[in-house]
Write a protein that binds this ligand. Structure first.
Ligand code: SF4
Length: 612
C-alpha cells in the first residue's frame, strides 16, 4: 500500500510476545496515521474505566504517511494512551529518529500492552524484537539513559525513553528522545513507567513505501531549501520559540506569579534575544531546516534547551527573571522527564496556595533553589508534598482543600500552557474545548485574535476560527504527522501537505479532503471522554474561575480592569458546539457521528452513556 507500510507491531510486555498485524487501506484512509490511528485503536481496545497507570492501558507510538520522508519537518512521532492526567485520550508529538526508523523497520505504529516484570528496554530491529534488561539505568535521568543507549547502539538509532518522573508515574511525565526533544504532556511518560518500560530503541533497514519516490525526493529537497531560505529571512531559528515572549508581555498574555499577572518589566531578561546572546548550542528534529532548539548554559553550566512555554512557566510564572536559574529548572524537568509546562504551572500553584494560607510551607515565589528542591520531590514522589504535587494541580487542590482549587490553572486536569487569557476569550475557549485539556497545540488562535480581531469579542467567527485551526493543527498535522512551525511561523502553506501526501500515496487529495478526517478524530476523542465521564457536561469545557473574576483583573497595563465574561464565554461555547454539531454538553450528536462515519463507535458509546 503506497504511503503506509500497512503494518502495526503489537507487543505484550507481560508475556514478552509480539505479533505483526496488517491494517486495511480503508483504515489507512479513514484515520491517516499518528493521532488518527492512536485514537481509533485506543477507543476500540480500551475498556472504559481502566486505570491509566495499570497494565490494561496501552501505549501507542504512531507515525503518518509522510513521516520520515525528507521534506520539511517530517521527523515527528506521536505517543498516545489513556491519559493519567485527564482520564481521557492523551497524546503528544516529539521529534525523534524513531520516526523514520520505525517506518524503515516496516511499521506505521506500535501498540505496547501489559507490564514488564522488571525494568525493560524494548529493542526493535526490523523483524527482531527483544526485551532487554534496563536495571542499569532505572532510577537515572533521561540524559544518562540517552548516553547509555548511545554507547550501546551508536547515535543513528531511534530512541524514546523516560526519566525518574516517568518511572514514578508522575501524571505529567513526558517521553523524551535522543535529540533532547520531549512529548506527551498528558502523562505519556508515566504510562511508559507504569509498564516498567524505560526505553524503546528502533532500527530499520527497509524502504519507506511511496508511489513516486523520485519525485518526492526532488520536491522534498527543494522544499527543505525553501523553508531554510524563509527562515533565514525571518530569523525564526535565531531566538527559537522564546522569541514570542516579548509579544506576550506587550499584549498582557504572559503568565506571571501563577497567572495572577499578565506582564512584567523584567520579562526581557528571559526572552529570546537575551537567550540567543548566550547561546551555547542549537538543536533540531530530523528533517528540519528551521532548527528552533536554542540551548544555553544553566547556573551549573549544564546545557538547557529553551522553548517559550517552559520559559514562561518556569520564569515569570514563578517570579524568576534570572535566565541561568530558570534554565536550571528547565534542565531538571528535561532530565527527570517532567513536562516543563505542567511542572512550572504546578510549582506556581503550590507557591500561590502557600501565599494564600491554603497550605503550609516555606516556598516563596522567586526562590529558584526552593523550586529546584520541590521539582526533585515531585519527580521522585518524595514525601507527602512531592507525592501530592506529582498528581498535578487539580488533584493536588483536592488534596490540599482550603479553597486551593482557585489557584489551580488547569482544564480537565491538564495545566494551562503559557498564555494568560484573562482577556483573550478565543484562546481561552481553545484551551477549554481541547479534548486533551489545556494544550496550546490544538488551536493557537491567540495571535490572530489579538492582532486581527476585536480582542474582547465573543463572536461566532472566533468559534469558527478555533475549529479551522483545530482541523489544520490537531487534525491534519497530528495525523499526517509533521511539525506545525513552518506553517505557523513562516507562512509555509498548508497546501504543501496534500502534495506530499499525494506523492507518497498516489492519490489526488485536496486540503479540504482532510477536514472530515480531522472532524472525525476530534469527535472520537470526545466519545472517548464521554465513555470515561458519562455525566460530563459543558462545565468540562470551562477555563478556571480566576479568568472570570473581576477581583483578579489587572490593576494596570493594557488590560487593566478587564476580565472574561462568563455568560459570553458560555455563548461562544454554544457557537462552537453548534458549528461542530455537538449537543449542549459538548458531545457530538448521533447525527453528527453518523455523518462522520462513526455510527458503530456511537453505538458502542451508548452502552455507557447517552447520545442525543
Ligand atoms: Fe523540531 Fe523546532 Fe524543527 Fe519543529 S521547528 S521540527 S520543533 S526543531
Amino acid at each position: 500500500m503506497d504511503g503506509w507500510t500497512g503494518q502495526i507491531l503489537r507487543v505484550d510486555l507481560t508475556s514478552r510476545t509480539h505479533r505483526v498485524e496488517a491494517f486495511s487501506e480503508e483504515f489507512a484512509y479513514t484515520w491517516i496515521g499518528g493521532r488518527g490511528f492512536a485514537v481509533k485503536i485506543l477507543y476500540d481496545e480500551l475498556a472504559p474505566g481502566i486505570d491509566p497507570l495499570g497494565p490494561e492501558n496501552k501505549l501507542i507510538v504512531a507515525v503518518g504517511p509522510i513521516s520520515g520522508i525528507p521534506a520539511p519537518n517530517t521527523g515527528k512521532t506521536i505517543v498516545a494512551a489513556k491519559s493519567p492526567a485527564t482520564g481521557g485520550y492523551g497524546d503528544g508529538n516529539l521529534g525523534t529518529r524513531v520516526t523514520d526508523q520505525l517506518r524503515k523497520a516496516g511499521y506505521d505504529a506500535l501498540i505496547i500492552e501489559g507490564r514488564a516484570d522488571s525494568p525493560t528496554m524494548l529493542s526493535i530491529n526490523d523483524d527482531r524484537v527483544e526485551y532487554l534488561p534496563a536495571d542499569e539505568v532505572w532510577g537515572k535521568g533521561t540524559i544518562a539513559t540517552n548516553d547509555w543507549i548511545y554507547a550501546r547502539y551508536g547515535k543513528g538509532v531511534g530512541v524514546l525513553n523516560i526519566g525518574q518522573a516517568g518511572e514514578n508515574m508522575v501524571r505529567y511525565a513526558t517521553v523524551r528522545s535522543l535529540e533532547g526533544r520531549s512529548g506527551g504532556r498528558p502523562g505519556m511518560g508515566a504510562v511508559m513507567g507504569s509498564k516498567l518500560l524505560k526505553a524503546i530503541v528502533v532500527q530499520g533497514s527497509k524502504a519507506i513505501p511511496q508511489a513516486f519516490p523520485a519525485e518526492m525526493k526532488a520536491l522534498g529537497r527543494d522544499d527543505l531549501k525553501a523553508v531554510r531560505a524563509m527562515d533565514k529571512e525571518q530569523g525564526w531559528s535565531v531566538q527559537g520559540t522564546d522569541g514570542v515572549l516579548p509579544w506576550c508581555n506587550e499584549v498582557a498574555a504572559l503568565p506571571v506569579h501563577n497567572f495572577r499577572g499578565t506582564h512584567h518589566p523584567d520579562a526581557w531578561m528571559v526572552d529570546g534575544e537575551r537567550a540567543n546572546a548566550v547561546r551555547v548550542a542549537t538543536y533540531g528534529c530530523p528533517n528540519c531546516t528551521m532548527r528552533c532548539g536554542l540551548a544555553i548554559a544553566d547556573d551549573e553550566g549544564r546545557e538547557s534547551e529553551l522553548d517559550y512555554e517552559p520559559v514562561g512557566l518556569l520564569g515569570p510564572n514563578l517570579d524568576i527573571y534570572d535566565l541561568a536559574k530558570m534554565a536550571s529548572l528547565n534542565y531538571l524537568c528535561d532530565d527527570y522527564g517532567l513536562d516543563s509546562i505542567s511542572a512550572g504551572n504546578t510549582l506556581g500553584f503550590y507557591a500561590d496556595a502557600i501565599e494564600h494560607g491554603a497550605v503550609e510551607g516555606d516556598l516563596r515565589f522567586g526562590d529558584a533553589e526552593g523550586f529546584k528542591k520541590v521539582l526533585g520531590q515531585i519527580a521522585h514522589r518524595e514525601g507527602e508534598i512531592g507525592n501530592i504535587l506529582a498528581d498535578g494541580t487539580l488533584r493536588a487542590a483536592r488534596a490540599f482543600g482550603h479553597g486551593s482549587l482557585a489557584y489551580a490553572m488547569q482544564v480537565k486536569g491538564l495545566e494551562i500552557s503559557a498564555y494568560n487569557c484573562k482577556f483573550i476569550p478565543g484562546m481561552a475557549l481553545a484551551f477549554g474545548v481541547s479534548p486533551m485539556g489545556a494544550h496550546h497545540k490544538e488551536s493557537w488562535i491567540i495571535t490572530y485574535e489579538v492582532k486581527q480581531t476585536e480582542r474582547g469579542s465573543y463572536g461566532r467567527d472566533k468559534a469558527q476560527k478555533i475549529i479551522d485551526l483545530q482541523r489544520v493543527r490537531g487534525g491534519l498535522f497530528e495525523s499526517i504527522v509533521t511539525c506545525r512551525f513552518p506553517w505557523v511561523e513562516l507562512g509555509w502553506g498548508a497546501e504543501h501537505y496534500p502534495i506530499y501526501f499525494n506523492k507518497v500515496t498516489g492519490k489526488d487529495w485536496k486540503l479540504e479532503d482532510f477536514w472530515p478526517i480531522a472532524d472525525r478524530i476530534y469527535a472520537l476523542m470526545k466519545l472517548f471522554w464521554l465513555r470515561e465521564f458519562p455525566d460530563t457536561d459543558r462545565s468540562a469545557d470551562f477555563v478556571p474561575d480566576a479568568w472570570f473574576d473581576p477581583d483578579n483583573a489587572d490593576t494596570e497595563g493594557p488590560i487593566a480592569g478587564l476580565h472574561l465574561d462568563r455568560d459570553k464565554y458560555d455563548e461562544l461555547l454554544s457557537h462552537y458546539y453548534d458549528i461542530r454539531g455537538y449537543d449542549d454538553r459538548g458531545i457530538p450528536t448521533r447525527a453528527t457521528l453518523e455523518q462522520l462515519g462513526l455510527t458503530e463507535e456511537a453505538a458502542r458509546a451508548e452502552a455507557y452513556a447517552t447520545l442525543t
